[in-house]
Design a protein around this ligand. Structure first.
Ligand code: F6P
Length: 366
């Protein structure tokens, strides 16, 4: 094993997968804690794990390098959801990555004498972090994704900002929907989990929320629109998660090959217009949900995670991911979260709250 019991001197961090608001805030908090509290040398790895394959792409990070980062979107280190680890096989429920790529990363970490490697990423990146840990790399994970679909933690950083953007979009769509007596369909991100759609739908007062965890029927969606009309409300707002699926159907992909979701909003809009006769428009919010400055809530969560990651290294809690559980920071074993997508529990009070308000989840006919 590469993990040693000697003193910690050099640590590194990388950002992996799609960017999320708060990545820079984590980098800042980690560097400040590592430098000020522990006196370690800190290195930033560029372009995720790719920066540790072949000629290392790393740069030292000191306090002056992280000044002003707290409100900045994106990641100063660069990231990718492509590269050597993007294809893998699943064997007995676990991802099996390219052994040559794993070895290359291990070799680079060993050569650079890195005593702790922090991985900011979602479930896929944490699966890579776990594989590296099991091959001797002292990794610590930090849960990142706007989708909030990572297990082991109550919340990931980036989610709150995406939610804010989606809720604001619903507010804006309301005025056009009401002025024109239209149905407005908003497609939001979230991969195969409905967290963004559900939270934003409740927060923005949507009439229909469609999430991957609850297959929907077009009949039920149309019923809701017509029921509202029968009660004198001529407009409706539908929020649909990109991974939502009609009962008995399959998810809609923009690119089947890349498994890139997108397009369900258009199908919902077309079917609603056809079945209700109401003028319908669709808005796909897309990457606007990932961009820009993190909300105060995400800045605080990212900062807590950054500090916690440094403390986890100091305590040699390798093979763990920092997490938020019941409002408290803790760590969870990577093997409990790696590669596992956490969907919205169908018995969640969020769903019963939505239903109690008369919001249709697209599964019950009016
Ligand atoms: O995981 C974050 C996310 O934004 C998903 O919500 C979305 O499905 C995907 O990434 C989009 O990825 P890309 O940036 O590669 O289009």
């Amino acid at each position: 094993m590469m993990t040693s019991s000697g003193p910690i001197r050099r640590v590194a961090l990388l950002t992996s997968g799609g960017d999320a608001p708060g990545l820079n805030a984590v980098i800042r908090a980690f560097v400040k804690t590592a430098r000020l509290e522990f006196g370690w040398d800190v290195y930033g790895v560029e372009d995720g794990f790719e920066g540790l394959i072949g000629k290392p792409k790393i740069r030292p990070l000191d306090l002056s390098d992280v000044r002003g980062l707290l409100p900045m979107g994106g990641t100063i280190l660069g990231s990718t959801n492509k590269g050597h680890f993007s294809s893998f096989e699943i064997v007995e429920g676990r991802r099996v990555h390219d052994p040559a790529a794993l070895n290359a990363v291990c070799e680079t970490v060993r050569k650079l004498r890195i005593d702790g490697l922090v991985v900011l990423g979602g479930e896929g990146s944490q699966a890579i972090a776990l594989d590296l840990y099991e091959n001797g790399v002292p990794t610590v994970g930090v849960p990142k994704t706007i989708d909030n679909d990572l297990g082991g933690t109550d919340m990931t950083f980036g989610f709150h900002t995406a939610l804010w953007v989606a809720t604001d979009a619903i507010d804006r769509l309301h005025s056009t929907a009401a002025s024109h007596d239209r149905v407005m369909v908003l497609e939001v991100m979230g991969r195969h989990a409905g967290w963004i759609a559900l939270y934003a739908g409740i927060g923005g007062g949507a009439d229909v929320i469609l999430i991957p965890e609850i297959p929907f029927t077009f009949e039920a969606v149309a019923d809701k629109i017509l029921e509202r009309e029968a009660h004198g409300t001529e407009f409706s707002i539908i929020v649909v998660a990109e991974g939502a699926t009609p009962a008995g159907g399959t998810a809609v992909y923009q690119s089947e090959h890349e498994k890139r979701l997108g397009g369900i909003g258009q199908s919902v809009a077309e079917e609603v217009q056809r079945r209700t006769g109401k003028e319908t428009r669709v808005v796909v919010l897309g990457h606007l949900q990932r961009g820009g400055s993190p909300t105060p809530s995400d800045r605080v969560l990212a900062t807590r995670f950054g500090v916690a990651a440094a403390k986890a290294i100091a305590e040699r809690k390798f093979g763990q991911m920092v997490a938020l559980r019941c409002g408290q920071l803790t760590t969870v074993p990577l093997r409990e979260v790696a590669g596992i997508v956490r969907g919205v529990p169908v018995d969640s009070d969020l769903i019963s709250t939505a239903r109690a308000l008369g919001i249709s989840m697209g599964d019950e006919r009016g």
